[in-house]
Design a protein around this ligand. Structure first.
Ligand code: KIV
Ligand code: ZN
Length: 501
């Protein structure tokens, strides 16, 4: 009989720990709603005690989701657990996730705790969480580098205290499939009461094995898998949820599992996470990379034209890539546009939101012959940016070349006033950034990252620019799109500055 695997998404918690990623409440809510539509069972919405922003985001998500369980992380401390409960209490099915490290390295150098203290504190934390909520998950951090006999004792203690789910993290991405499956089997055979709780796995990707380790553990009995969309996360990232889903779907003959994920929502969710976090997906990334379904070599193209299954083990449609060949352009009406939005899984709620994106689409169609699905998704994500826009671009004029002084004149609307400033710089982009900084009154802004890419192929493609700037030791990301890359750069910089405000 097929076994049900539950998916636990931690894009908004472990994924947000990706360097440079800093999502605001609105963006987190948007991603959480997309994860719910995708069919995720548990959403770890943040770490409630970490900051006021995290707390508010978890609370907002808990109040907004209709079916998905909302989880807050907490250390094994009463004050953390109290705060976690405050944040999730409005959720349809709230869960507290508490953790304490159990490996010798962590106990000695990080926690400075004895085995006895770790044993007591982990059980005490679970018992405290249980006062608030029935569903309590416990993670022995750095489990895979923990001595098994000690781990068994800790796990038995938290089960007795009422834990409903035991998560076994490979915190530093150290294990491999054979070792991890033995480790999980050891837990299943040696921990009293284990048959009454869920066994979860949480794998980091430092050695590129996070998906393989998670899938192997599921085969021997784990029934919850944790991961992030696009595999984002600290260092090498977390297990990529979309890869696990498509592995189970494509190899149903081997993985006899059922799950709740609607794989046709994968592409849309991936694009949303990528655009909100500013973390690009590499082109050759499985499932969601731009080349994941592209066939370049003649032999492969020929094979696919004769019979798709020669080189395609899953269809692009199964992950939500459109098979629609009807191209939208400047003569396309709102009706066709709205129906394409629906096909792409875009969920715009109000008429105002639809009209705003439709206006941008029309403007783009005037500059670009064919507006492709990728363009539409980029427009939606850009237009939907809910950051209050104190500074808006009115116009820019740039003179640039290799034998002149690069100058940019920028005109911004600031509240209700129009302000114009000209600046010079090493190049047109540097000159523009300086002019904007002057208008906005920031003299210490540092541009720490700048990336540019074409959203689609073709000479009239949309150029998407992502920037990361630093102000007073804090970093902010911004994104801009236009068929003119200087305009994209200016818009990206402005969007980052608006985030500071
Ligand atoms: O990687 C890890 O150990 C974690 C825990 C908090 C579950 O993220
Ligand atoms: Zn982790």
């Amino acid at each position: 009989m097929a076994r049900r695997i539950k998916f636990f998404d931690t894009t908004l918690r472990d994924g947000e720990q990706t360097p440079g990623v800093n999502l605001n409440l609105q963006e987190k809510l948007e991603i959480a709603l997309a994860l719910e539509r995708l069919g995720i069972d548990y959403i770890e919405a943040g770490f409630a005690i970490a900051s006021e922003g995290d707390f508010e985001a978890i609370r907002g998500i808990a109040g907004a989701l209709k079916t998905t369980s909302v989880v807050s992380l907490s250390r094994a401390l009463e004050k953390d657990i109290d705060r976690a409960w405050e944040a999730i209490k409005d959720a349809v099915s709230p869960r507290i996730h508490t953790f304490l490290a159990t490996s010798d390295i962590h106990m000695k150098y990080k926690l400075k705790m004895t085995e006895q203290q770790v044993l007591e504190n982990s059980a005490k934390a679970v018992a405290h969480a249980k006062k608030y909520v029935n569903d309590v998950q416990f993670s022995p951090e750095d489990a895979t580098r923990t001595r098994p006999e000690f781990l068994y004792k800790v796990l038995e203690g938290v089960i007795k205290a009422g834990a409903t789910c035991l998560n076994i993290p490979d915190t530093v991405g150290y294990t491999n499939p054979a070792e991890y499956t033995n480790f999980i089997k050891g837990i299943m055979e040696n921990v009293r009461g284990i048959e009454n709780v869920d066994i979860s796995v949480h794998c980091h990707n430092d050695l590129g094995l996070a998906v393989a380790n998670s899938a192997a553990a599921a085969v021997v009995g784990a029934n919850q898998i944790e991961g992030c969309i696009n595999g984002i996360g600290e260092r090498g990232g977390n297990a990529a949820i979309e890869e696990l889903v498509m592995l189970f779907n494509t190899r149903k003959d081997y993985y006899n599992f059922t799950h709740n994920i609607d794989s046709t929502k994968i592409n849309r969710t991936s694009k949303l996470v990528s655009s909100m976090t500013g973390i690009y997906v590499q082109p050759h990334k499985p499932i969601v990379g731009a080349n994941a379904f592209a066939h370049e070599s003649g032999i492969h193209q020929h094979g696919v034209m004769q019979e798709r299954s020669t080189y395609e083990i899953m269809t692009p449609e199964s992950v939500g890539l459109s098979s629609n060949t009807m191209v939208l352009g400047k003569l396309s009406g709102k009706h066709a546009f709205v129906s394409r939005l629906e096909e792409l899984g875009v969920n715009l709620k109000t008429n105002d939101e639809i009209n705003a994106v439709f206006g941008k689409f029309k403007a783009l169609a005037d500059r670009k012959k064919e507006v492709l699905d990728e363009d539409i998704l980029a427009l939606v994500d850009y237009t939907n940016d809910k950051i209050a826009k104190k500074y808006e671009l009115v116009s820019f004029q740039i003179s640039s070349g290799n034998r002149i002084i690069n100058t940019s004149t920028i005109q911004l609307k600031v509240d209700d006033e129009i302000i114009t400033k000209a600046s010079t710089g090493d190049g047109p982009i540097n000159a523009s950034f300086k002019a904007i900084s002057e208008i906005c009154g920031y003299d210490n802004l540092k541009l720490v990252d700048y990336t540019i890419r074409a959203v689609t192929g073709g000479h009239d493609a949309l150029g998407e620019v992502n920037v990361k700037i630093e102000n007073d030791g804090k970093s902010y990301i911004g994104r801009g799109i236009s068929t003119d890359i200087l305009e994209s750069s200016i818009l990206a910089f402005l969007s980052a500055v608006n985030r500071i405000v």
